[in-house]
Design a protein around this ligand. Sequence first.
Ligand SMILES: [Zn+2]
Length: 637
Amino acid sequence: MRNPRRPEIREMGQISPWRRTLAVFASTFLLALPGCSGGDEASDAESDGAAGAIQGLGGSGAGLGGASSGGAVAAGGTAPAVGGGDLGLGGAAVGAGGAAVGAGGAAVGAGGAAPGVGGADPGLGGADPGLGGADPGVGGAATGGFAGSPGVGGDVGVGGTGAGGGGGAPGALSAIPANGTIGLEWPVTPGATSYNLYWSTTADVSPTTGTLIAGAERGYVHRDTSNGQTYYYVVTAVVDGSESAPSDVASATPGGEWVLEQLGTGDFTDVVTGAPVPTVPVEQRVHILLFGEGYLASELYKLHDHTDHSGARDNDVDRWIDLVFSIEPYSLFPEAFVIWYLPRASNTTIRDPNPDTAFQVPVDVSSFAQMGSVPTDGATAQIAWAAIDDHLFPPADFTGPAFRRARNAVAAFLIFDPDYDQASVSGLATSLQNPADANQRIAAAFGVGHAHEFTHSFANVRDEYMETSNSAPSSWSGTSNVVGTNVCGDLPWSHLLYGSTINPSVDGLVGAFGDPSLGYHSELLCLMNGTHDNGEFYGTSTGSCSPTSCTLRSEDRMCNYCRETTALRVFQRTGILPVDDDTAVAEWAASYRTPFYAQYEFRVPGVHFPGLVPQSNDRRDPETSDAERQIYQACVP
Ligand SMILES: [Zn+2]
């Protein structure tokens, strides 16, 4: 099924037949990559789990210096240097994020001066960084939300070694409650080689009394917790082989319907400087909301299974993550994302003659399962938004890419097809409108071709310029990956053309592939390209790229321009670059683009992806012959 006209991805993404995507689906799912890790949030958390009231105390053991992102000052200062709390000394805070540095610096003295109680050997104390308490104010004040801007850098002091234990403890530990899961994050402790997390169901948790989770990474998700039961945590840092004092206690009571799957820490690489960005507060990170659709209660383990999570990862949520985050630029910035899933059981599968599924996503199963049209304000939108409203961090900013869309949240529906025993169904990207407020929408991707569909939704880029039913766009901008011109200087990706600073030596890769009536794309092969009709233009009558089988989609890579544009979205959605596209693109071009390619390279298939021949294909030229030949469509002066 295909839309007669596919305007722009703005309202309707592509629909690709299951047959074409199946092979890809199977092969791409073999890719795997480890989940992200790390966490950084500075407030203790406590919540009822449902709507999530989080409160916190802020400054943790390390106390000092809280650094804060964006120059928010050392609130930590407020939560003084109690230093390593009970123990050694609070590390001296060295400050992490910009402004905070100064403050932190000041704190050093304090920490150093206040030798620890137990701290026999304050030694390092003063010396080491510490930053700890990030911005207590935040956490403390917040009720009902994570208000705070956590301290970014917050961190620890390594402190004395003595009787009382190591010195400064890790800074503000925070606990994020979800359905059967609790996310735990704390600031980096400079010099730490690992962290130990301890938990208990009693408030007196300590390294002595708690259950050890050795080597927990920042952004740890504690799985298999019981809803309604309060869990208490402390964390320690291991520096130079010695374990620090514990952080202050954080607690959370899991509950609600959303399961926390992966907690990015908000610490990712700043393209401009190569250093970490100031920690992006959790509510400003990109929240990916995965909806499980069409799973019977007895099949929900196929959506996700905590046991399988650290094993074969043979479930739909883990496969989705492994696929999407194996591709650049997602693989470059995993810490920008927080991933959740909603395991709501359906009464029937999508194959039932009278389907009664959890989100009423319309699926046509008359042949292979494919998406029906999803109205922006239909039943699916209503049900989904009711669930979104119950999320711990419901989207509040609707200035995201494209019209009235959530800046910090993207929805993706994993639709279970019993015929394949996993999420499938041909894809679609659209947006869902909040029934309570027409000015609030969330970009939503449905079905297989997960990375492709998700990128439509996340980056608001188009695709399938080689589709007979498409038409060339009449207008475009600096983020458009399909345009209506093939004039070199007018291409949004003209900076990538052969001979440019970024691409001084690779001819035949970047140009204007397409057709005047359908539009032009920068490279022939790209994750965002189509899976059908391509052969009408680039195929031979037979062979590997016949009119009916040719696909120009490369499932494991985006073209350089789509990759760059999608990276731009990471910085826009997390509030680092402005939401306005023209402004953001100008800033990207001036400050980000050159360092981006310096750090991550101009990616050439065949070099970076062995086995692929760059921009070569069998071309069927309908006007001349079916002769096979390499093709390269240069732009025109
Ligand atoms: Zn592309």
